[in-house]
Design a protein around this ligand. Structure first.
Ligand code: MG
Length: 376
């Protein structure tokens, strides 16, 4: 390690408080002098992840998920990123390729100006949140590696506070559900997908095998708010901690009505995409589901988390089916959340990274710098 870098690391420790207040501003103001030269090189490749089980949510079933794996290389250090694009969300290998072909990181003096770089990336085109996240995650990984620090520490979080993660049980016939619950014996919380015509059967089947706390996600599947209210009372009796996105994402008034009456928290997932949605959401729901593939990555997810908590809202950190790359990136935010649903990497057969682990049901954030992943 050269002297400049050593001095920088000393000063950066002293700047810890500033980092917690606004980590990105502090990083941009404290660019180590030896990181002002060099040029970032960005590359990406489409990849298809294969799921262990056919996965069913209220609207559809599938067994693969298209992702794009990204890399940003700078003076010999490489940051990894990922876009996961479940087809129903509208992004694809084609749309991500088109978007990422327009990303030019070579024009920036230093990777440390994350706020500036990521604001520019966001402005390339509307939408494309997962493609944007794949750049954001790789840049965070790179900067963390250059500083030799994991992101939970740069954000000032205590990794020991990382919560349990739930394991998701998709909608299926009772015998398949029973099989999945048996396979999930290591998890201390199970998330049950609802929203078709067998809601109570799903819960009863899971409950016939386990007493662990449950969470539930209707994925907009419920049509009638009175049915939704009746279900929240039933779910409460069954030991379900919250319900995610009961009705269609644009039914704000119905969700406000339900939130006022429900005995369990009502969380916005599909209704909550970008940070600008938070003001409206905060009047209709008790909490939000943050996912890096909606928020355009770690930078906006961190802002969402801080803002949502300051509004007194509950926060769940979730994920798509994705490799350990994106899941590990999300895990760095987990010490601040109420609940985590970071099982996306556990549902797939061909993970290409090693990173966040689940030990005794709890998220263990890697201590390695950046997002903490290595190629598997
Ligand atoms: Mg959800």
């Amino acid at each position: 390690m050269n002297t400049l870098r050593r001095d920088f690391l000393k000063t950066s420790a002293a700047a810890g408080a500033a980092l917690i207040a606004n980590p990105y501003e502090a990083l941009a103001k404290n660019i180590p002098p030896d990181y002002r030269g060099g040029q970032m090189k960005f590359s990406f490749r489409p990849f298809t992840i294969e799921m262990k089980h056919v996965f069913t949510v209220a609207e559809m079933s599938r067994s693969t998920t298209p992702v794009v794996l990204t890399e940003i290389e700078y003076n010999g250090t490489v940051g990894y990123g990922e876009a996961s694009m479940p087809p129903y969300l509208g992004e694809s290998h084609d749309s991500a390729t088109k978007f990422l072909s327009q990303v030019d990181l070579g024009k920036y003096e230093s990777p440390f100006a994350l706020e500036k770089i990521l604001t520019d990336i966001d402005a390339i085109a509307p939408a494309n949140p997962a493609a944007k996240a794949s750049v954001d995650i790789a840049l965070h990984d790179l900067v963390g590696k250059l500083l030799n620090q994991p992101w939970f520490r740069l954000w000032g979080f205590d990794k020991e506070k990382a919560p349990m993660t739930s394991f998701t049980i998709g909608i299926d016939k009772a015998d398949v559900v029973r099989q999945k619950v048996k396979e999930a014996a290591a998890y201390k919380i199970l998330k049950v997908k609802l929203g078709k015509d067998n809601d109570k059967e799903m819960i009863e089947t899971v409950r016939s095998l386990t007493d662990v706390p449950l969470t539930a996600d209707a994925n907009q599947g419920w049509k009638d708010r009175n049915y939704a209210l009746e279900m929240t009372h039933y779910l409460k009796e069954q030991g379900v901690k919250f319900i995610e996105q009961p009705m269609a994402k644009d039914r704000y008034d119905d969700h406000a009505w339900l939130t006022e009456r429900s005995p369990i928290p009502v969380l916005a997932d599909e209704s909550f995409q970008r940070i600008g949605d938070l003001k409206r959401i905060s009047t209709c729901y008790s909490g939000v589901v943050i996912k890096l593939m909606k928020s355009t990555g770690m930078r906006e997810a961190h802002k969402m988390l801080v803002l949502a908590k300051s509004l007194g809202m509950k926060v769940l950190i979730g994920c798509m089916t994705e490799t350990s790359c994106a899941v590990s990136a999300a895990s760095h935010l987990s010490p601040m959340v109420d609940w985590a649903d970071l099982d996306g990497n556990l549902l797939i057969k061909n993970d290409v990274f090693d990173g966040m682990r689940v030990v005794d049901g709890r998220c263990v954030i890697p201590d390695r710098p950046g997002i903490g992943v290595v190629k598997a």
